[in-house]
Design a protein around this ligand. Structure first.
Ligand SMILES: Nc1nc2c(ncn2[C@@H]2O[C@H](COP(=O)(O)OP(=O)(O)OP(=O)(O)O)[C@@H](O)[C@H]2O)c(=O)[nH]1
Ligand SMILES: [Mg+2]
Length: 703
């Protein structure tokens, strides 16, 4: 027996200590302390033992601890004989009456004999689970008749246990339950009315409890004590201290906690291969530069990549465009040296000529650069019709210095595109030589690191390269430098760079990378797109970052990002929108209208996380939002309406309960007022009839 007690109490979260065991019953009858035996009955696994432990041992467990264990009670146990703390916690004062509450646990099996537990009980707490309709049915068919059979005079209290399951996430609960436990279905959850109806039919009070939410436990036992004391008052009418005991009080409804808003999860950004955008190098489809090495070798490249990685290339292309070199350490010197070279060549633009029909470039109009830089021989404009099937387009032809050899130059270009240098590069000294010519000092340092067997230090250089490139690319975007396409939008236009678009977005790659008209045109019309959202898309594609400009409309951006198949950007925009709305709401700004407006638009354009957040906002402020936007809410899709109804907070059952409680309270107050009205009359009669004693002593005797 002792072992059973120990096991049960330990599994119920009670810290069982050998020293707490008492050999003898420590309790004793004290004058004016009412000892109340309270038997707890009900079906198996409805939560009797947990409820008793919560009252008797103050055992509190989380839902998941609770779910993982159920120890069926096998014998009625009087724990007060064995445990000092339980005995002490049994003492209570209810309506000025000192009581010692003796709780008796029982097993739920219908066929077992419980007469030992029922014997001489003062009150019976009859439990069912609000997640098990059968257990409520058995209250009427089995438990109440049994109680009336064994203790016909004991008052009974009906208790709906496990109230937290009414608002819990049942899927999560079922996942956490023991493997063989029957899953709880949402349609099985009973509303408070069901329990109350049964209680009304039986003429007994009704309460609800949850050990997880720690609610209703005190109410159940305090009111069980009241019922027992009132019953005792009838039999032991001479006990004057029982006069102040009130009838069981109505239970205030438990407001479940407001469900937390869904968290917006941003997936990992699309993986870029280490080689990115190296694969574009030598790709003719969107090349705007042809680098001629040692007269024979042509390498296709891109101004935007070359210029953002090398100041020398940047200066070269800026000067070709007629701008002074922005990044030159000595701009005047550079410009003048370029001018000096120009004198020996053709005038600006005169070097352009159509390519031959086989795609080769013309040779006229070369401008000598040998005096300006040791890396280049000449530059000129030309027209290219490669790859086959593509329309002719303008390119810049740069002839490299004769000391530059194709193999090591390709390694240098690879660095300019990716920030990396292959350790196994066979001609490292040649690479260093070209790096020197192009003034790419980081690359020279990388070569030195490899030669010194310190290649691991090159990772840091690569990191710095990307930071620098990102900043330069941003600058090119802001200033429109080296752009090769203009997007015509609803509220203006914005320039961009095809190579960057192709390497960042499959949709753009399909448009600009294939033999379509767009690959050769310099203007693309994008209807239903604003400048603010296009700028955010370009920044994202260029730098991988999300930046919200002042003119950004998040929904516009979501629509565009969804159209361009950029789920990562959609998620970033959702996160941004939710954080802006949360901040606004915390600063007492009204976001209800925005949430209603965004809900279905977000769903339609693939922003399902934002839609779920809006749905949560509307559901948890349901009454207010419905009052403000009745027509809009009516027009919401039925699936959304259903979700709102299901997730409504405060829930409908709570509002009904609150209403019921208020009515019950009003009735109780009326009853009390009526009772108080009657009191003085009786006193008056008493005075008149007896004609003895002082008014003071009389009132204290009756009151
Ligand atoms: N969510 C929730 N689950 C509860 C609560 N109380 C009990 N339970 C669950 O119900 C199971 C049974 O609880 P017990 O208190 O052992 O049930 P019992 O009525 O004593 O069962 P028997 O002794 O077999 O008659 C526990 O394992 C818990 O999973 C509650 O307040 N909330
Ligand atoms: Mg039990």
């Amino acid at each position: 027996m002792e072992e059973e007690v120990r096991e049960l109490m330990e599994l119920s979260g009670f810290d069982y200590n050998e020293s707490q065991l008492l050999d003898t019953d420590m309790d004793y009858e004290r004058p004016n302390v009412e000892t109340i035996k309270c038997v707890v009955v009900g079906d198996n696994a409805v939560g009797k033992t947990r409820l008793i432990c919560a009252r008797a041992c103050n055992a509190t467990l989380t839902q998941y601890q609770l779910l993982a264990t159920h120890v069926p009670t096998v014998w009625a146990i009087d724990q007060y004989r064995v445990c000092q703390e339980v005995l002490e916690r049994s003492r209570d004062v209810v309506d000025d009456v000192s009581v010692s509450l003796r709780l008796w646990d029982t097993f739920g099996d219908h066929h077992k004999d419980r007469r030992f537990a029922y014997g001489r009980s003062d009150v019976v707490v009859l439990c069912f689970s609000i997640a098990n309709p059968n257990s409520l049915q058995h209250v009427q068919t089995m438990w109440y008749p049994e109680i009336k059979h064994f203790c016909p005079r004991a008052p009974v209290i009906l208790v709906g246990c496990q109230l937290d399951l009414r608002y819990a996430d049942l899927e999560a609960v079922n996942r956490a339950r023991r493997p063989l436990a029957r899953p709880i279905r949402p349609q099985e959850i009973l509303p408070p009315e069901s329990g109350r109806e049964v209680a009304k039919e039986l003429g007994i009070p009704y309460y609800e409890t949850s050990v997880v939410a720690q609610c209703g436990i005190k109410e159940v036992f305090d009111n069980a004590i009241r019922s027992a004391l009132i019953s005792r008052r009838h039999l032991q009418f001479w006990k004057s201290h029982l006069r102040s005991v009130r009838k069981p009080l109505p239970q205030a409804p438990f407001l479940p906690p407001r469900p937390p808003p869904p968290v917006i999860i941003v997936p990992d950004p699309p993986v870029q291969s280490e080689d990115d955008p190296g694969h574009l190098l030598e790709e003719a489809s969107c090349a705007d530069v042809v680098l001629v090495v040692q007269e024979r070798t042509r390498i296709f490249a891109h101004r935007i990549y070359l210029s953002t990685a090398s100041s020398k290339f940047c200066d070269l292309f800026l000067m070709e465009d007629g701008d002074p070199p922005s990044q030159a350490r000595d701009p005047l010197l550079r410009a003048s040296s370029f001018d000096a070279c120009e004198g020996s060549g053709e005038t600006e633009g005169a070097g352009m000529r159509t390519s031959a029909s086989d795609g080769t470039l013309g040779r006229e109009g070369d401008r000598d650069l040998s005096g300006w830089s040791r890396a280049f021989e000449s530059i000129r404009s030309g027209v290219m019709e490669e790859p086959p099937g593509y329309s002719a387009r303008r390119v810049t032809v740069v002839k490299m210095d004769s000391s530059v050899r194709p193999g090591p130059f390709r390694a240098v270009l690879k660095y300019l595109y990716t920030g990396r240098l292959d350790e196994r590069e066979p001609e490292l000294m040649e690479v260093a030589h070209i790096a020197e010519l192009l003034e790419v000092f980081d690359l020279r340092m990388m070569v030195a690191n490899i030669l010194n067997r310190e290649a691991f230090m090159n990772q840091e250089i690569t990191r710095a390269f990307h930071v620098r490139r990102s900043n330069r690319i941003k600058e090119c975007l802001t200033k429109g430098i080296f752009s090769d396409v203009t997007f015509v939008l609803d509220d203006g236009s914005i320039t961009a760079h095809k190579p960057l678009l192709i390497s960042g977005c499959d949709w753009m790659s399909a448009m600009f990378g294939g033999p379509f008209l767009e690959s050769s045109t310099t203007e693309v019309v994008l209807p239903y797109t604003s400048r603010g959202s296009m700028r955010a898309v370009l920044e994202y594609l260029y730098t991988g970052q999300f930046t919200a400009g002042p003119d950004l409309d998040p929904l516009d951006l979501i629509i565009l990002a969804n159209r361009l198949c950029l789920p990562h950007l959609v998620a970033l925009t959702e996160k941004h929108t939710v954080s802006v709305m949360t901040d606004a709401s915390m600063n007492n700004k009204d976001i209800d209208g925005e949430a209603v407006m965004l809900l279905e638009a977000a769903q339609f354009h693939g922003a399902h996380q934002l839609a779920a957040w809006c749905l949560h906002h509307i559901s948890t402020n349901y009454n207010r939002v419905c009052r403000k936007f009745p027509r809009e809410i009516k027009l919401v899709a039925p699936e959304n309406q259903q979700t709102m109804e299901a997730q409504r907070w405060p829930p409908v059952w709570y509002l009904k309960e609150e209403d019921h409680f208020q009515r019950a309270e009003r009735e109780r107050e009326k009853e009390m007022a009526l009772h108080q009205k009657r009191q003085p009359k009786r006193r008056w009669l008493f005075w008149n009839s007896s004609g003895a004693g002082s008014p003071a002593s009389s009132s204290s005797a009756v009151g």
